[in-house]
Structure formats: structure tokens, C-alpha cells
Design a protein around this ligand. Structure first.
Ligand SMILES: [Fe+2]
Ligand SMILES: [Fe+2]
Length: 287
């Protein structure tokens, strides 16, 4: 497990009380931004359930893992709170964060239970693979989430939303770093673990939120966050990072999701790849 002491030291409640809320109100948010932020708030508010699901498993009883899960859950809680505050300040009618959390969970009982069932059985039958999978899965989700906040922060005309996104993205980058290093260590134990984890990714990977949102809702959010060809760029970067993990050479799962998702979007929102484009390089060049 990566050294958690460093993460404990850096961990903190997201600062947002100090933001210039009057300025945020002056600028407001667009309908597309509001829809994105509501999706973010929904997903952020579910972190506690993801944590409860894994923390109840015997395999998670590792002191460093539990320490990380605790600070991760604590930090994500305030992401949902801060987004809710911003939406309310700019005049959008949204429920308080705790109500949102319960409502989202209630609406997605079946899917969320199936996901939990799969986790429990894998954890019992192949505990080492399960932990490696959980870490690698978390790495992709945190990386995409960091990109999503960075993208929203860059595009918005609201300077307060831009600052909030920058602050949240910084924490998401730290979460990614931990999951990624943890995944690297867990995958390094052997080829059986690598094969099992890789197979689950190849078979079933989708971006964060799939447990509580429909495939169309996830697709719509991904397209809102990464419009046009941006989706190919971000997914290519994600694939490239994941490809460096043991047993993940040639990983293209995220890019293939970007292709697959097009069919779930309204025709006017669909994009096709440019032949011969290296999307990973283009995003790196754009910073
Ligand atoms: Fe978050
Ligand atoms: Fe995160």
C-alpha cells in the first residue's frame, strides 16, 4: 500500500466558505453547467456508500487502506456540499446535499445492489484480485473526475465556479495518485491478479456513476463535460496512464468507451474520430 502518511498530512476539508459568493451570483451558471454540477453532486454524495461497501469486506482490513478511505470519504463529502452551495447561491433549486445522497441511492437500488453483490463475491473468491481491481478502478475514475473539473473550470465564464473547480480538481488529483500507486503495487503481485483485473475492465468498465445512473445519463454527462473530440483526448490520456500499470500494456478500454458512448447520444451531439489522430498527444500539448 502506498505511504498514507503523506496523504494524511495533506488531507483537509475543501475550503469554500471564503469564495466570493456575490461575484458567483453576478455571473450565474449556464443550464449545461448546472446539469453537470448536479450530476457531480449526485456522484460525490455517493462516496460514503462506496466506502461502506468496501469497508465491510474482510480484505479491506488493512490499516493504511482504511486510513485512506476515511480521508477520501471526508474530502468527497465536502465536494458535494460545496457544489450544492454554489448552485443555491446562483439561484438553482437543488436539495440539500444529505437529501440528495439518500434520494440518488433510493432511485438506484437494484443496480447498486448488483454491483455490491459482484464486489462481495469477487472479494470472497479472489481477495487479492478484488483489492487490485478496486484500486485500479478508482484510479480511472479519479483521473477522469479530475479532468472533468479542470475542463469545467477552464470553460466557465463564472470565476468563482472556476476557482471551486480548481480546488476540487487538486484533491481529485491526489486521490488519483493514491489509487494509482496502490493499484501498481497490488497488480505487481502476479499475472493471475493482472489477468483477472484486466478482464473485468475489458468486460465492464464505465465511468463513475454507472451504479446509480442509467447508461444514457452517464453518456450525456460525459458528452457535456468533454464536448466534441475532447472525449477522445481525455480517454486517450487515461488509457495511456493505465497502460503503464503491470499487466495493462496496450490498454484502450477508456477510448473504446468514448466510441461506444456515441450511439447513446442524440445525433447532433455525436462525434467521429479523425483518422490517424493521436488524441493523447493533443491533450498533453494543450496542457
Ligand atoms: Fe470529488
Ligand atoms: Fe475523488
Amino acid at each position: 500500500m502506498p505511504d498514507v502518511a503523506h496523504h494524511l498530512e495533506l488531507s483537509h476539508k475543501l475550503a469554500y466558505d471564503d469564495l466570493d459568493w456575490a461575484l458567483a451570483r453576478d455571473h450565474g451558471v449556464t443550464d449545461v453547467e448546472a446539469a453537470s454540477l448536479e450530476y457531480f453532486a449526485d456522484i460525490e454524495s455517493q462516496t460514503v456508500y462506496y466506502m461502506l461497501e468496501v469497508a465491510k469486506l474482510e480484505v479491506a482490513r488493512d490499516p493504511e487502506l482504511l486510513s485512506f478511505l476515511t480521508i477520501w470519504n471526508y474530502e468527497e463529502l465536502f465536494h458535494a456540499q460545496a457544489i450544492t452551495r454554489l448552485l443555491r447561491e446562483v439561484g438553482r433549486e437543488v436539495p440539500p446535499a444529505p437529501e440528495r445522497s439518500t434520494a440518488v441511492r433510493g432511485a438506484a437500488q437494484l443496480r447498486a445492489r448488483l454491483e455490491d453483490l459482484f464486489q462481495v463475491s469477487l472479494a470472497r473468491t479472489m481477495p487479492r484480485s478484488f483489492v487490485a481491481l478496486w484500486q485500479a478502478w478508482g484510479a480511472t475514475q479519479e483521473l477522469i473526475t479530475a479532468h472533468a473539473y479542470e475542463e469545467l473550470g477552464r470553460r466557465t465564464a463564472n470565476p468563482v465556479l472556476a476557482e471551486l473547480c480548481r480546488r476540487i480538481a487538486k484533491q481529485e488529483r491526489r486521490h488519483f495518485a493514491w489509487y494509482y500507486e496502490a493499484a501498481r503495487e497490488r497488480l505487481a503481485v502476479g499475472t493471475v491478479v493482472q489477468r483477472v483485473v484486466r478482464a473485468v475492465f475489458e468486460f465492464n468498465w464505465t465511468p463513475v456513476g454507472s451504479g446509480v445512473k442509467s447508461p444514457e445519463e452517464v453518456a450525456a454527462q460525459v458528452a457535456r463535460m468533454f464536448p466534441g473530440e475532447r472525449i477522445f483526448e481525455v480517454m486517450a490520456v487515461c488509457d495511456r496512464r493505465m497502460s503503464q500499470l503491470p499487466g495493462f500494456a496496450g490498454f484502450t478500454v477508456c477510448s473504446r468507451y468514448a466510441d461506444r458512448v456515441q450511439a447513446l447520444l442524440p445525433p447532433e451531439a455525436r462525434v467521429a474520430r479523425r483518422a490517424g489522430a493521436d488524441y493523447g498527444d493533443e491533450l498533453a500539448a494543450a496542457g
